[in-house]
Design a protein around this ligand. Structure first.
Ligand SMILES: [Zn+2]
Length: 682
């Protein structure tokens, strides 16, 4: 009898090379990973075994084109594990974390392969390479060096062990956070519990209770789009405190899902990893491959913001306390009170009410707004492809084409929070754009976690949600507009302190009155958002920036301190408290992520000693958007053309500092960022 066919290994013949989602089962992954790793090893062995002189084609280009079965399976797996996981997929994830890490570690420690790449690298000036070819050679060479290719003997073995263990631990860390988020719901049982909640939040809380099968009828989960508005609107101080404590203590519960020992071991292993490379700390190792380059650059940036944000926070605090006093309340301001009183101030001083805005931010209209901006800037069209089969009925598929009709890729939009999907918002890809061997068109995904509407009308977003939508869409454009030859240099695979530039830059268009007036239409009447409301949004924009700046910078400081520490950290919670105390962090503001659930740092390594990158990129995006302001038109064609060429399309094919200067005609300055955050005067 024939063995049943594994759909992961058969050719993927759906449009855009999509996998046959309906046929894929969790048990298909392990054999597919194993076959993918074996094929990859064989391909690499053929490159390494060559006896002829290494050339770009026979070594680097072949390396870039290798491992495609494995990459295809890994990309699909990571997407499903993040957006539509199950116990069975999680079990595969735990089982495969170490073998996959061992595989990649062996690839980059292959001595014979590295010898050819190293030889080529040594002769790079004499090879008459194009700029992109040279960039590929330097990038891949550095990938090998940073993965330990130069290590020998015991150090080499230990390095591989460290990387495998880190892969297991980061998987565990993410699963523990997911567990704590799934385990918690604040049930709202009667009108007294629901007091003060706007309709959209009641609807979302009802939906959450239905999805969790809770009889109480309404529940607040730890999804951002529920917990944040609950803290903002609920006058019930006792419930706010309960929800806040649950939110802040994720990952910090004794027992099987405790992330404190996991984070401690990850930090210790990273210190060892850095030491094997000859660096004093993991921060030094991580920053050596960044635009910032060194710790001192990062500390200086964080310090500039911190020093200005603390006094600005005191000014915001005074407004909050005045609002509290006016209500005749004498309760000392606690972290779970901040958003509630801030919302009161926003209403009083700016006459701005989040619940008043929401009816203008229906999800379908805001998606259209993002598409329309992409069309006006870059000429792109997004055409629904209802015939395309995806992994979940929530997902919307769009074919993306140029102004001349040429189809450049597929965009998958997965917008709703649901069980089995991790929290947060992110961009990923099933296929990256490249032209190495064949023309690969990108298949790009955006995941958000919006609370679904109640079915009576469209899902309504907050202004914050709309910003998130635009942010991820900016990352999406970075993947879709990529125009490079080699996969390693494609799309978002840039230095990590450049990667938030395309996304954060795109957020600026949602603040343009003409974009709001065109797309922010009342979901019932179809009336455009009133001009006075747009003006109030603009006026209120800087209020609350000190709070956000303090919370973000506090997390960035803790990240840097944890990864710069030369000594072992025994207790991550005590360490975090010490760093915050030393910096004079006000407890009432809190921080964006505490170490026991700081997924940026511990669910992978890409933001370890790298949470600062959002701020670094903000220096770039604020300065970049000024180019449109200076041109006098947010859709200025020449500026958009340069943004496309140097920011959205060049991937990693150009050194990021040089790419930025090519766009702007000069290096970025910090003042536009400080001004936008209200930390210096206009
Ligand atoms: Zn981002």
């Amino acid at each position: 009898m024939d063995a049943p066919i594994n759909p992961l290994l058969a050719p993927w013949e759906a449009p855009f090379g999509l996998p046959p989602f309906d046929l894929v089962r969790p048990e298909h992954f392990k054999p597919a990973f194993e076959r993918g790793m074996r094929e990859h090893r064989e391909e690499l062995a053929r490159i390494a075994a060559r006896r002829d002189e290494p050339t770009l084609d026979n070594t680097l280009v072949a390396f870039d084109a290798s491992g495609r079965l494995l990459s295809r399976v890994e990309a699909l797996f990571h997407n499903l594990a993040a957006s539509a996981t199950s116990d069975a997929l999680q079990a595969v994830q735990r089982e495969m974390a170490a073998p996959l890490a061992a595989h990649w570690s062996a690839v980059y420690m292959d001595a014979a392969l590295f010898e050819r790449i190293d030889a080529l690298h040594a002769r790079r000036e004499a090879l008459a390479l194009t700029p992109e070819e040279l960039r590929l050679l330097e990038r891949v060479h550095l990938d090998f060096v940073r993965a330990g290719a130069r290590l020998r003997g015991g150090a080499r073995q230990r390095y591989a062990q460290v990387m495998q263990r880190l892969a297991e631990l980061t998987t565990t860390f993410a699963q523990n956070v997911l567990h704590d988020e799934a385990a918690y719901a604040l049930e709202l049982r009667d009108e007294a519990d629901l007091a003060g909640l706007p309709d959209f939040l009641r609807a979302a809380a009802h939906q959450a209770a239905v999805e969790r099968g809770l009889a109480s009828g309404h529940a607040i989960t730890l999804a951002r789009s529920l917990i944040v508005p609950f803290l903002t609107f609920s006058p019930r101080r006792d419930l706010r405190e309960q929800a806040w404590r649950a939110w802040m203590s994720r990952g910090e519960h004794a027992g099987a899902h405790d992330n404190r020992p996991v984070a401690r071991e990850i930090l210790a292993l990273r210190r060892e990893q850095a030491a094997l490379h000859g660096h004093a700390s993991y921060a030094d190792y991580a920053l050596a491959d960044s635009m910032a380059g060194t710790q001192s650059q990062v500390w200086a940036l964080l310090q500039q913001v911190w020093d200005r944000a603390l006094p600005a926070l005191q000014r915001e605090r005074a407004l909050l306390e005045a609002a509290r006093d006016a209500q005749g309340s004498r309760e000392p301001l606690q972290p779970w009170d901040w958003r509630y009183w801030a919302e009161r101030v926003r209403r009083q001083h700016y006459a701005l009410d989040d619940a008043e805005l929401k009816p203008y931010f229906a999800l379908p209209n805001m998606v259209q707004a993002a598409f329309d901006c992409a069309q006006r800037l870059f000429g792109l069209r997004f055409t629904p492809r209802a015939d395309v089969l995806t992994y979940h009925p929530d997902v919307r598929a769009y074919e993306v084409s140029e102004a001349d009709g040429r189809v450049i890729g597929l965009f998958l939009h997965d917008n709703f929070a649901r069980a089995g999907k991790r929290s947060g918002a992110w961009m990923s890809a099933l296929h990256w754009q490249h032209r190495n061997g064949f023309e690969s068109r990108p298949v790009v995904l955006n995941n958000n976690n919006f609370a679904r509407g109640d079915g009576q009308g469209p899902t309504l977003l907050s202004l914050d949600d709309v910003r998130t939508l635009f942010h991820e869409f900016g990352h999406g454009l970075h993947g879709l507009l990529s125009d490079v030859r080699y996969e390693r240099l494609s799309g978002t695979q840039v230095l990590r302190d450049f990667v938030e530039l395309p996304s954060q830059l795109f957020e600026h268009w949602i603040d343009e009155p003409e974009v709001l007036e065109r797309h922010a239409r009342h979901h019932r009447s179809g009336e455009p958002i009133p001009h006075v409301l747009v003006e109030r949004v603009r006026a209120a924009r800087r209020f609350g920036q000190a709070y956000e700046s303090v919370r973000y910078t506090a997390s960035a400081l803790v990240d840097m301190a944890a990864h710069a520490a030369a000594e072992p950290i025994d207790d991550v919670v005590a360490f975090e408290a010490r760093v915050l105390a030393e910096r004079g962090a006000p407890a009432v503001a809190g921080l964006n992520h505490r170490l026991p659930h700081f997924q940026h740092l511990f669910s992978g390594s890409s933001y370890a000693a790298g949470y600062y990158v959002y701020l670094w990129a903000e220096v770039l995006d604020a300065d970049a958007y000024d180019a449109f302001v200076e041109a006098g038109d947010p859709f200025d064609a020449a500026t958009a053309q340069r943004a496309r060429r140097w920011i959205y399309s060049s991937g990693n094919s150009v050194e990021p500092g040089a790419a930025y200067e090519a766009f702007r005609g000069r290096a970025a300055t910090i003042e536009p960022m400080l001004r936008e955050r209200g930390l210096i005067d206009d």
